[in-house]
Design a binder for this molecule. Sequence first.
Ligand SMILES: Cc1cc2nc3c(=O)[nH]c(=O)nc-3n(C[C@H](O)[C@H](O)[C@H](O)COP(=O)(O)OP(=O)(O)OC[C@H]3O[C@@H](n4cnc5c(N)ncnc54)[C@H](O)[C@@H]3O)c2cc1C
Length: 404
Amino acid sequence: MSICSEIVVVGGGQAGFQLVSSLRAHGFDGAVRLVCDEPSLPYQRPPLSKAFLSGEVFADELSFATAEFYRDESIDVIEDRAVAIDPARRTIRLASNAELGYDRLVLATGARNRRMSGFEDVAGVLSLRTLADAMELRERLLSEGNIVIVGGGFLGLEVASVCADLGVSVCVVEAMPRLMARGVSETVSQVFQQRLEERGVRFMLGVAGLGLRLDGRRVVGVEADGQLLKTNLVLTCIGIIANTELAAEAGLSTGNGILTDGYLRTTDPSIYAIGDCAAHPNPYCGATVRLESVQNAVDQANCVASGVVGEAQTYRSLPWFWTEQAGMKLQIAGISSTADPTIVRGDLQAGAFSIFHFHDQVLVSVESVNRPTDHMLARKILRSERKISPEALSEMLGPVAPSA
Ligand SMILES: Cc1cc2nc3c(=O)[nH]c(=O)nc-3n(C[C@H](O)[C@H](O)[C@H](O)COP(=O)(O)OP(=O)(O)OC[C@H]3O[C@@H](n4cnc5c(N)ncnc54)[C@H](O)[C@@H]3O)c2cc1C
């Protein structure tokens, strides 16, 4: 039994698309409106730094669904930007000045890239979030033939890997002493660094002093710890900022994201927030966190859709994530703590292994490189919420080599 008849979703990204399609899949028969401020129908972002950038996938293959899908499902896609929410009247105002009423409003406004302060409008300094960004980046990579990437996280390294495959000379500059330091263990950092170096990617790690060399308002180089890396093309991959302004201006609580409760409701119970923009209490993290992944966007959308149509349920999905670089697929189940003692299974040198992380003798996360079966098993175990000790895991998996 549905609790409302009119739902407006702001943001046509992974979370917004999943929400509107899940509402229909769950049998919701009220009005569904999806407000999108990008010029194309909702599309997948992960290929932008992978198969789209490398030229294996084209723009028209990125859409989640065709225009017919939205028409057949009676999902009203409104190409506009939401500029204000009036929670008392339950309306939103669009940039076109149109007003939409709602029973339930879902904010799926995602995030935008953090830019290097003071260099936002410099020619040749790009960032990657949208299809338009990816198109520009690909064109410039092919014409320039070299690039400096600022930031050695998942995104920067995926782009570096594609650059190497395309024969584009690439140097990655990173402030931390190792790659993907926020998200993976030291072992995984080392394996990926080695594989990327073998493909020709150069790294400067632990860089404390970073600046751009300009000619007028055009970049001509990156200054890293006193060294000048000459280039006309710089990609900054230094994190994202949640799009919380719309919520904050409407009086909803925000912090590092739009704050939600366990049901993904904001401080106004008729307004939800999901995906990259939402900070939520996560049982696997034991804290309020904001996660940036496809899994999080999809599962939160499904949670809200089933709550709106049927009985409200708390969000309890296991976080998982993947990245593809240097011919390797890394899949992470759970949230890793790098200090945890580990068990390693497989072959590091061959680039096919899994690292099992424990906290207080309980399995909390698993990193798998080119071991999809381990990843699926890890998700099953972690989702079951059974407390698995190193001994129990060893028994389950058969003989394992202890980590060095
Ligand atoms: C290049 C790239 C590669 C990635 N690779 C991976 C990967 O390998 N694995 C993985 O798990 N995750 C990956 N991610 C992350 C993943 O894509 C995101 O976590 C996911 O897209 C989040 O979905 P979302 O709907 O919350 O936000 P978004 O996808 O950012 O969508 C939000 C949408 O809302 C729109 N919007 C914002 N404000 C308004 C407004 N006021 N009115 C109307 N519309 C508005 C935005 O323009 C945008 O279209 C990648 C991301 C990028 C950019």
